[in-house]
Design a protein around this ligand. Structure first.
Ligand code: AMP
Length: 219
């Protein structure tokens, strides 16, 4: 299965994407996670990306398409993949189209999680992450600094602080919403799923939407 999971920051792409990818036996390719790993490793890419990420701005398209091209070439991605947080601009969507067509591949589905801004801000302000990338929420752990999944240290991501969050939401509306229109107008189409409610309920909606899209593609 080759899938793109779209949606603004805080929509639940990471949580739902992890679950869908694990169930399908495919990797979740999160460009945000790749950039954060590069920052932790203090590579040239990590240092270059840092200033954009801290400001809530997008990392340049050529940098992103470079790391995506490498990820697609890894053996784990040969049986399919789920993109989370990519593509974020129309130029990235066009770059992905070219990368896939060089490999004779196409996408099975593009699904967007729809969540209103007020809810996104509430979710992101309580979001906590640990150094290995587990994500939790103050609704679950309160002010504890201990990751419930691995015992690592929980922090509030610097780009999850209020000023950067509003910038990231603005960037999403300006630069990433046109990507939804790009896919909606194309052959695969765009499936929009309501991302409000309990994560199990959202999971059911997503699974049903993906199954329907794939059945239509086959039929
Ligand atoms: P995320 O964890 O997906 O919200 O990404 C965190 C930050 O990484 C974003 O605010 C951007 O600065 C950067 N980033 C992640 N993915 C992309 C992308 N596809 N294009 C440009 N910048 C990205």
């Amino acid at each position: 299965m080759r899938l793109i999971l779209m949606g603004p920051p805080g929509a639940g792409k990471g949580t739902q994407g992890d679950r869908i990818a694990a169930a399908a036996g495919i990797p979740r390719l999160s460009t945000g996670d790749m950039l954060r790993a590069a920052r932790r490793a203090d590579t040239r890419l990590g240092r270059e990306a840092q200033r954009y990420m801290d400001a809530g701005e997008l990392v340049p398209d050529d940098v992103i398409l470079g790391i995506v091209g490498e990820a697609l070439d890894r053996p784990e991605a040969s049986g399919g993949f789920l993109f989370d947080g990519f593509p974020r601009t129309v130029a990235q969507a066009e770059g992905l189209r070219d990368l896939l067509s060089e490999k004779g591949l196409s996408l099975d589905a593009v699904v967007s999680l729809d969540v209103p801004d007020e809810e996104l801000v509430a979710r992101i302000s309580g979001r906590r992450v640990c150094e290995t990338g587990h994500v939790t929420h103050t609704r679950e752990v309160g002010e504890s600094k201990v990751c419930p999944q691995c015992g690592g240290t929980l922090v509030h991501r610097s780009d999850d602080l209020p000023d950067t969050v509003s910038r990231r939401l603005g960037v999403y509306r300006e630069q990433t919403e046109p990507v939804l229109e790009y896919y909606a107008a194309g052959d695969i189409g765009l499936t929009v799923v309501d991302g409000l409610g309990h994560r199990d309920e959202v999971a059911r909606r997503l699974d049903a939407a993906i199954a329907k899209t794939r059945a239509e593609a086959v039929g």
